[in-house]
Design a protein around this ligand. Structure first.
Ligand code: 3HC
Ligand code: NAI
Length: 697
């Protein structure tokens, strides 16, 4: 037996324990250990049943992701799963924590499953560009039905133990000790003389009527919702095999489809994204023994768009939060909005009415700063004006207790200047949430020049508690994400002036995989905001840099985007799809004339290259300046805050995949043709000269 898997006899029951911290991933040692343990139990005449448990915080959380792309090492997981299912003695999987991917597949191969009440189960392979490759696509539909299985496999989302019980994925829930519960369940099987009950032999659910139509429907749905992604359709192919073929052939088909996914560049990109997200949690220069400060209560200043969303983040995490506004009306508006956002979740069925009240009960509203004297962290989300921020931070400095963390949600102002409004700049940090703050996963944690290490550590830990992906960034205009998106959005506007239409630009970038087109995004967030940023940036232009003027024309015509009914697009009152703005072509002609160019057709390829390569070139400067800690952090920011397609791994992984010499070559051409904005970033030139990639930094 290996160290990772132990076998003990408990009377007539063999107890198999997997112990491979941190998440009991099914690496080679675990697979080999499981195979040996189940074979030994099978061969031992004293053993009549087998109980499988995991040590530590969770049941097996899947195959060992680090092994993908390396030469396979026997035994394979399908082999192990086969031995478990075909055994002649009944086996029970005892699930706690998260039984995910290969972990759940092992459990499905066991003859019975029980789950601790707080456990979750799921097949998240699709999020790694894969499909369940150890029988999950054949066994889950046999237990839970084809529709439920498809929902779980194509979304990759885990479900709670209660739902798993309702779907017949587990047989029973328990509270308390794992081993006790497992042994007791196995003993009951023996007492009732129940033998193996093999999932693979249960065919009723995969031979129901109407399954072919269901498959066709789900295929269309996935095509619409996950365009460009390879593995969701392969997931559906594999489940289809479960309804069309006997188990053995279905398993073989699943294996072949799994291999196709494994070989696809999308798998490499998505696994890069998985590890990049975990890497982002590591802060350079922060010793492991830095103790985060304790956060038991929070306050938010300003109950507008962002403030309310941030209040919800705290309440969702069970942290009591006080909202401060300028007057009774504004305060009431903020609190009402918090309640109505929760009410919408209740209406959607994702929150219970009782939970709404419990979370609202964590939210207090005040007008007086004195009420903030005990808050452990305060997040300011008032107007984007240094003067207003000064008033707020001076008052916070006066009332907050020593050691309280004073955070700003500013999206572009100088955090060091804000910190200097207080007598405790070491306690000031940026917490840059993205809109809607209660939905978007990204949190840029802005490290000011005086920010103390324990404040930074606390901010990162708080991000995790709020279920955000926290990424450390440095101080500059726009930090990492917005600074890059300025370049991207500017190219989109230039392309309009050169001859493209908003619909063409947005369609080209959506086809590339962006969740939304850049111009639709602008209309959504308000062109007045883009225009204010543009006006500010006018003051810091470098020689040769010019700006597109289309925004000036739109603003002059009172076209502010969705909020005024017209922007790059026209929005009809009936909420139908956006239409062309009939006034725009004349504005673009005028803008082109001002630039001394004649509008002419632009190719989709040029649109995608101009916008995406502008991101990459700026990212290289950001890295060189140390504003981002590492290339993969920039990928994490774009994947979680800007709708960059996960299956491309982020802008810099994408650049590496295209090959940096190619990217630089195009940027040089743009530089020649289009001028100063395209000055190649020195880091990019150096990487190409040295034959290296962003991943090698
Ligand atoms: N393989 C290898 N390492 C893994 C892993 C896995 N499947 N899952 C997690 N880890 C590592 C993480 O990289 C991290 O390492 P680090 O501390 O060195 O950064 C450590 O375990 C802890 O992970 P998290 O920080 O993510 O811990 P959380 O407690 O926040 O989350 C989790 C735990 C929910 C299990 C989460 O890690 C997760 O979702 N893991 C991936 C699960 C998954 O995708 N499983 C399917 C794998 S593919 C498969 O099974 C194929 C099969 O069908 C053949
Ligand atoms: P908003 O205009 O919706 O809300 C600002 C709120 O602050 C208003 O309710 C106002 O009454 C209140 N307020 C103003 N002065 C105050 C004071 N002295 N004390 C208490 N409350 C005061 O603004 P929004 O969009 O929520 O932005 C807030 C901050 O978040 C800004 O710094 C902005 O740059 C930043 N941000 C905005 C994002 C967005 O998409 N809207 C995204 C990320 C950051």
């Amino acid at each position: 037996m290996s160290e990772a898997v132990q076998l003990e006899r408990r009377g007539e029951i063999a107890l198999v324990t997997v112990d491979n911290p941190p998440v009991n991933a099914l690496g080679h040692a675990v697979r080999a250990g499981l195979l040996a343990a189940f074979r030994q139990a099978e061969a031992d005449p004293q053993v009549r049943a087998v109980v499988l448990v995991c040590a530590g915080r969770t049941f097996m959380a899947g195959a060992d992701i680090r092994e993908f792309g390396k030469p396979p090492q026997a035994p394979s997981l399908p082999e192990v799963v086969d031995v478990i299912e075909s055994a002649s003695k009944p086996s029970v999987a005892v699930i706690h924590g998260t039984a995910l991917g290969g972990g759940l597949e092992v459990a499905l191969a066991c003859h019975y499953r029980i789950a601790r009440r707080d456990a979750q189960v799921g097949l998240p392979e699709v999020k790694l560009g894969l499909l369940p490759g150890a029988g999950g696509t054949q066994r889950l539909p046999r237990l839970a039905g084809v529709e439920k299985a498809l929902d779980m496999i194509v979304s990759g989302a885990p479900i709670r133990a209660g739902e798993a019980l309702d779907s017949a994925i587990v047989d029973e829930l328990f509270d308390g000790d794992l081993v006790e519960a497992g042994l007791a369940f196995a003993q009951r099987l023996l007492d009732r003389q129940l033998g193996p009950r093999r999932t693979g032999e249960r065919n009723e659910r995969v031979r129901e009527d109407g399954l072919a139509e269901l498959i066709a429907h789900k295929r269309g749905e996935a095509q619409k919702r996950l365009p460009g992604q390879f593995s969701p359709q392969r997931c559906i192919d594999a489940v289809e095999a479960a309804i069309q073929l006997p188990l053995r052939e279905g398993l073989a088909r699943e294996r072949a489809l799994f291999q196709q996914c494994l070989d696809s560049p999308q798998r490499a990109a998505m696994i890069h994204a998985f590890f990049a997200e975990r890497e982002a949690a590591r802060v350079e220069g922060l010793a492991a023994d830095v103790q985060p400060r304790e956060i038991r209560s929070a306050a938010v200043i300003g109950g507008g768009t962002m403030g309310v969303g941030i209040v919800l983040c705290f309440a969702n995490a069970g942290i009591p939060v006080t909202l401060l506004e300028v007057n009774e009306d504004a305060l009431q508006r903020g609190l009402d909005r918090a309640r109505s956002l929760y009410a919408a979740s209740v209406a959607r069925g994702s929150l219970s009415a009782g939970e709404l009240e419990r979370r609202m009960g964590l939210i207090a509203g005040v007008l007086d700063y004195a009420a903030l004297n005990d808050a452990d962290v305060v997040v300011e989300a008032v107007f984007e004006s240094l003067d207003v921020k000064r008033q707020v931070f001076e008052q916070l400095d006066a009332v907050c207790k020593p050691g309280a963390i004073l955070a700003s949600n500013t999206s572009s102002l100088d955090l060091d200047a804000i910190a200097a409004f207080t007598g405790r700049p070491q306690d000031v940090v940026g917490l840059h949430f993205f809109s809607p703050a209660n939905v978007m996963r990204l949190l840029e944690v802005v490290r000011g020049k005086a920010t103390a290490n324990d404040v930074l550590a606390t901010a990162m830990q708080l991000g995790k508690r709020l279920k955000k992906v926290a990424v450390v960034v440095g101080v500059c205009d726009g930090f990492v994400g917005n600074r890059m998106i300025f370049q991207y959005g500017r190219q989109a506007e230039f392309l309009l002036e050169e001859g493209a239409t908003p619909a063409q630009v947005d369609r080209a970038l959506r086809s590339f995989g962006m969740a939304m087109g850049p111009l639709a995004v602008r209309d959504l967030s308000g062109l007045d905001i883009s225009h204010a940023i543009r006006t500010r940036q006018r003051q810091t232009l470098k020689p040769g840099q010019t700006l597109p003027t289309v925004l000036d024309h739109l603003i002059a015509a009172g076209m502010l985007g969705q909020k005024s009914g017209t922007g790059f697009y026209h929005y009809a009152e009936d909420g139908r799809a956006p239409q062309d703005n009939p006034a725009l072509p004349a504005m673009l002609e005028q803008a082109a004339a001002e630039r001394g160019i004649v509008r002419a057709p632009v190719s989709d390829e040029e649109i995608v290259e101009r916008c995406v390569f502008a991101l990459i070139n700026e990212a290289a400067s950001i890295l060189e300046e140390g504003i981002a800690q590492r290339a993969s952090d920039i990928d994490v920011i774009f994947l979680n805050g800007y709708g960059f397609p996960a299956w491309r791994g982020g802008p810099l992984f994408h650049a590496d995949s295209l090959g940096l010499p190619h990217v630089l070559g195009r940027i040089r051409e743009f530089h020649q043709r289009l001028g100063a904005w395209w000055q190649p970033a020195p880091l990019l030139e150096r990487l190409v000269a040295e034959g290296r990639r962003f991943a090698d930094l």
